[in-house]
Design a protein around this ligand. Structure first.
Ligand code: AMP
Ligand code: MN
Ligand code: MN
Ligand code: MN
Length: 293
């Protein structure tokens, strides 16, 4: 049987997760080991706006005999809503991609200081310094790090509660931010030889028209995939976006969005299969997969 037909069989692919290089808590090597132990057969580390962990993830995966695709998850602003675009199978050394990601990361520190000021106004002091204690990459301070600090310091019971009370739009620690454009994010990924994928579409609060615009423009810019089965989707969401994948002729992706053993409800590799009527993204990425020798 050829490799291509193997790839067409149900594969325990997990093409979305985070390390301490962005807002996960495990190092890339520990994630590779966890993915391997959980039976993942094709893995990608997709840190937010960052490819700094790619070399380590790939080395660790290949040493375990685990096929690897490069990955990232780019923050995008589309009609004033933050949308995430996953990139898979690109050249992580591509200069334009690296410059684009660096620019996207650029405003995070200032945003975090503004978030801290907002929290101070409701009596939560020193949140910036507190969040920094959880940051593994000085260029990548995220809301997740604030959430960990506010849980550990006893302000909230869990990270969900922190987001709900403090870190989403209209709450004291929320600071609007302008991320990359959809056109640029898709362009950086495809320009580096990779595939752009809309991450967890059910999470965005779009009207039907806005969502249609997102998918249409994404395709027009060269985007090719959509996450159907993800840790952020219910089974009803997966069915809904399976239809959307077919409607827009998009390949389907699958990823846990695992961040941390204590926080993430979906572990690496622990996802339902993609609906059979869909074509998985990895069937079109065969020549981009790094394989153990
Ligand atoms: P940022 O890029 O700094 O805006 O942070 C976004 C990250 O926050 C996401 O990638 C998730 O890891 C996390 N996040 C967003 N919303 C929630 C939520 N409701 N509960 C827990 N984590 C969340
Ligand atoms: Mn995250
Ligand atoms: Mn995301
Ligand atoms: Mn993610």
């Amino acid at each position: 049987m050829s490799v291509t037909s193997n790839l067409a069989l149900p594969l325990n692919a997990d093409l979305h997760c985070h390390s301490a290089v962005s807002d996960g808590t495990l190092e890339p090597e520990a994630l590779a080991a966890r993915a391997h132990a959980n039976g993942v057969q094709l893995w990608a580390l997709t840190d937010h706006d960052e490819v700094g962990g790619q070399h380590r993830a790939r080395q660790a995966a290949l040493a375990l005999g685990l096929p690897y695709l490069t990955g990232t998850e780019i923050s995008v602003t589309f009609v004033d809503v933050t949308v995430h675009i996953v990139g898979l199978g690109f050249d992580a050394d591509d200069a334009a991609l690296q410059a684009g990601l660096a620019a996207t990361r650029g405003g995070r520190r200032e945003r975090a200081m503004d978030m801290s000021d907002g929290l101070a106004k409701v009596g939560i002091k020193g949140a910036f310094e507190g969040a920094l204690q959880y940051v593994g990459n000085a260029e990548l301070i995220s809301r997740t790090h604030f959430a960990r600090h506010l849980v550990e310091s006893g302000v909230c019971r869990d990270t969900q509660e922190v987001f709900r009370k403090y870190l989403v739009e209209g709450k004291p620690g929320f600071v609007p931010h302008r991320w990359a454009t959809l056109r640029n994010a898709v362009g950086w990924i495809t320009g580096a030889g990779g595939m752009a994928v809309i991450a967890h579409p059910a999470r965005y609060k779009f009207t039907a028209n806005e969502e249609y615009a997102l998918f249409s423009e994404f395709k027009a810019h060269g985007g090719r995939g959509v996450e159907v089965v993800t840790g952020s989707h219910s089974s009803a969401d997966a069915l809904r976006y399976a239809d959307t994948a077919i409607e827009f002729d998009l390949l389907a992706s699958r990823g846990s969005d695992f961040h941390s053993p204590g926080e993430s409800h979906t572990d690496l590799g622990a996802l339902p299969a993609l609906p059979e009527r869909l074509t998985p993204v990895w069937t079109a990425l065969e020549d981009r997969i790094h394989r153990p020798s």
